[in-house]
Design a protein around this ligand. Structure first.
Ligand code: PMP
Length: 295
């Protein structure tokens, strides 16, 4: 059965969910999005995702037609219409239909669509064995040009890096910023553990402020772990005791090799495994319920 898509206030079958080819989301990547997960009949960190969406909108001067409360309900209803309790949600707001020029003033109304679907996960084996990454030549966008804090539809920077990872035959790439500091993976944030301390790059390095990243820092603090947002280099990654990536789709995933060097023992570390466990526990209780009955 095809999916029911939320599109500008209506639910339509996926074959009928269409936008204009003059939409500036398509012509210019002018728009924003969120990737959200639902687990166990709850939409995980929904408030946090919606706040980030509306902050991205503010920065790019995009008017979202729905209030944040209406958007929350639209997301939950999209899950209900597709009878989903576990899966992935893609929420997109485009600048809307305009002319062939790039001026956003030619786009009177933004478009919102929401897709709720089953998710393709990394295989469970990778969570047990860990994944390998390489550093790529493509640097992360500089904040002064296109701030990575905006979750925009302009993902070519990340895609160019992913092409390099593909060519190297590994699932993810480590991207550096202009100064050579570690920024993030193509669609995940990066953490290292050194001497029992958990370290992740600060937002000003030029990263997306990941919801999973912030959640993991909170979970670590709860366990009395020292957590720092500090710049670090590839040298620090090669010589870290542990490393992992975080993201809505990937969750918390151990990283055990980089540029041909084993990180730590070359196996997922104990702090990483503990955080994976704690994160999975949290997904059972966080976020608004989709269906109020029949849990
Ligand atoms: N960095 C980038 C570039 C991303 O696209 C994402 C989202 N997939 C992340 C980090 C992780 O953010 P979140 O935990 O909010 O999914």
């Amino acid at each position: 059965m095809g999916l029911q898509i939320y599109l500008d206030g209506k639910f339509v079958p996926e074959e009928e969910a269409k936008l204009s080819i003059f939409d500036h989301g398509l012509l210019y990547g002018d728009g924003i999005f969120e990737g959200i997960r639902m687990y166990h009949n709850r939409v995980f960190k929904l408030k946090e995702h919606l706040i980030r969406l509306y902050e991205s909108a503010k920065t790019i001067n995009l008017n979202i037609e729905l209030t944040i409360e209406e958007m929350e309900e639209a997301v939950l209803e999209t899950c209900r219409r597709n009878n989903l309790r576990d899966g992935y949600i893609r929420l997109v707001v485009t600048r809307g239909k305009g002319d062939l020029g790039l001026d956003p003033r030619k786009c009177p109304k933004s478009s919102t669509f929401i897709i709720a679907a089953a998710i393709q996960l990394y295989p469970e084996e990778l969570y047990e064995k860990g994944l390998e990454v390489v550093t790529v030549a493509t640097r992360r966008n500089v904040a002064e040009a296109l701030n990575p804090r905006i979750k925009s539809l302009n993902y070519l920077n990340n895609i160019l890096a992913r092409i390099e990872a593909n060519l190297a035959g590994v699932p993810e790439a480590v991207m550096l910023n202009q100064d050579g500091y570690v920024a993030s993976a193509t669609c995940d944030n990066i953490f290292i553990v050194k001497n029992e301390k958990l370290i992740t790059p600060p937002v000003h390095v030029g990263i997306l402020e990941g919801i999973t990243r912030n959640t993991v820092m909170d979970l670590a603090l709860e366990d009395g772990i020292e957590v720092a947002q500090e710049v670090f280099t590839r040298h620090d990654m090669y010589n870290a005791d542990e490393c992992f990536l975080t993201g809505t789709a990937a969750e918390v995933i151990p990283t055990i090799r980089m540029d041909g060097r084993a990180i730590g023992t070359g196996k997922p570390g104990q702090m990483t495994l503990n955080l994976i466990k704690k994160f999975r526990e949290l997904t059972k209780v966080d976020g608004p319920r989709i269906f109020t009955e029949g849990e």
